[in-house]
Design a protein around this ligand. Sequence first.
Ligand SMILES: [Zn+2]
Length: 107
Amino acid sequence: MKYAEKKVKIVRVEYWSCNNPFHHHKTEEIANGCIQKSSNKKQDAAYFLKISQRNDWIVNLYKKGAKKADLARQFDLSGTRIHSIIGKFERNERNMISDAARKNRVL
Ligand SMILES: [Zn+2]
C-alpha cells in the first residue's frame, strides 16, 4: 500500500518593490507609479504617527463628553470618519478587557 507523501514546492517570485511589504508589483513602471502615488499622499511613518495622535486626541475629547458632530467640525472630518475612529477605539478597548479577563480570570 502506498501512502501520501508530503512535499514542498518552492516557487520563485520576482517582483518590483515599492517598499510597501504588502505590494508585489509585476512591472517597474507600476511600482514607480505606486511610489509616486504614495509620496503624493505623504503616507510615511511620520504621517501615520500624526494621524494616530490626532485620533487619540479625538477619542480623549469624546471620552470627556464632546459630541461626534462637534468633533467632526473641529477636526474638519466627516461624521462617518469620527464615528469609525471612535468605533475602532471602543473595539480595541473591549478586546483589551476580554483579553485581560482571559489571562487573569478576574474580570
Ligand atoms: Zn506598491
